[in-house]
Write a protein of this length. Structure first.
Length: 334
């Protein structure tokens, strides 16, 4: 959307291509987007293969922009399937529309920046596109008359701690379309933070979580091993709308952490939201391997895959008093 808006503002023509339907195996799900400039430059993906190249060349060859959207199909014949690298039996129906103005695209981008959901409805009969408020969980829809796609805020990942493990998680998470924010008020760690593309916030972790973990497209992972930082962030995260909350540490350390959180007033249901030890149990040892385990679990939860049934049951929580919890946190940080 950003690229298409910029092209239009500079006077270039642009097309928006949406995966409308898939049949059989498909490398990209319905709703996936591709923006194509009138000179053939494109951003995005609808197949992950040479469909993009072929479609861009065909659109580049058009003399005029069509006022009405149309459907381009790939994989209809065995020859197409072989030529374009589609999986066996796969077929793509792509909705192609020319874009007249950057203004509606900017409205979508503004909504996403303010973390609001917005739906774009394309009417095939008239070519008119309109914007409407959307609900969480509203699916992509195409009924051969209207195509409706919901745009939402970017996935956001808050990492507590600017250590080596956070660097690996931050770098990998950006490839999974997360906006990554790393929080660490410790001067010595903040000064050494070098991961590109991940913002650094030096406020106290609980303040950052309270300000930024505001909706169900946010995740919070505590990675400092310091209860004075991790526990306060987790207290806020476990009562927030974040879809995932995790904490690094051994099973024993996480059992003690749960006891501290119970002593500080969190309910059993809130504590049960905590993924700790964080990540899937894949035998990780190095920081990079642990980062893979964390992001694998994060991906599963984001995609609605239930993992707990295959994992060991959570330890029973015996609440500590507030004084005991504070003292335990101080001992653990020494």
């Amino acid at each position: 959307m950003t690229a298409a808006a910029e092209w239009l503002e500079r006077g270039a023509g642009a097309y928006l291509v949406t995966v409308a339907k898939t049949f059989g195996s498909s490398p990209r799900p319905p709703g996936s987007l591709l923006a194509v400039r009138d000179d053939g430059l494109f951003v995005g993906s609808v197949s992950g293969g040479c469909v993009e190249d072929d479609l861009a060349e065909r659109l580049k060859a058009l003399k005029t922009l069509s006022a009405f959207p149309w459907v381009e199909s790939y994989g209809v014949t065995p020859e197409q399937t072989h030529k374009f690298g589609l999986p066996c039996g796969g077929r793509l129906d792509l909705m192609v529309e020319s874009l007249a103005s950057a203004e509606p695209l900017r409205a979508i981008l503004d909504a996403m920046a303010s973390r609001r959901l917005i739906a774009r409805r394309l009417c095939l009969a008239t070519g008119e596109a309109s914007l409407h408020p959307a609900r969480r969980g509203e699916p992509f829809r195409f009924d051969d008359e209207n195509l409706i796609k919901v745009f939402g805020p970017a996935w956001r990942l808050l990492l507590i701690g600017a250590g080596q493990l956070s660097r690996y998680v931050a770098e990998m998470a950006q490839a999974l379309d997360y906006d990554v924010i790393v929080c660490d008020p410790r001067t010595e760690y903040a000064a050494g933070w070098t991961a590109k593309g991940a913002a650094l916030d030096t406020r106290m972790p609980d303040d950052v979580v309270r300000a930024l973990a505001t909706d169900a497209r946010c995740a919070v992972v505590a990675l400092t091993h310091d209860p004075k930082l991790d526990d306060m962030a987790l207290m806020e995260a476990l009562t927030s709308n974040a879809f995932y909350v995790g904490a690094v540490g051994s099973k024993a350390n996480n059992a003690r952490r749960r006891a501290r959180l119970a002593g500080l007033g969190l309910s059993r249901a809130e504590i049960e939201r905590l993924h700790g030890p964080v990540g899937l149990p894949i035998g990780s040892r190095t920081p990079a391997e642990i980062a893979i385990a964390i992001l694998a679990e994060l991906t599963a939860v984001r995609n609605g895959v239930e993992l707990r049934a295959a994992m060991a049951p959570r330890a029973e929580v015996t609440p500590l008093s507030e004084r005991e919890a504070v003292c335990a946190g101080l001992r653990a940080s020494c």
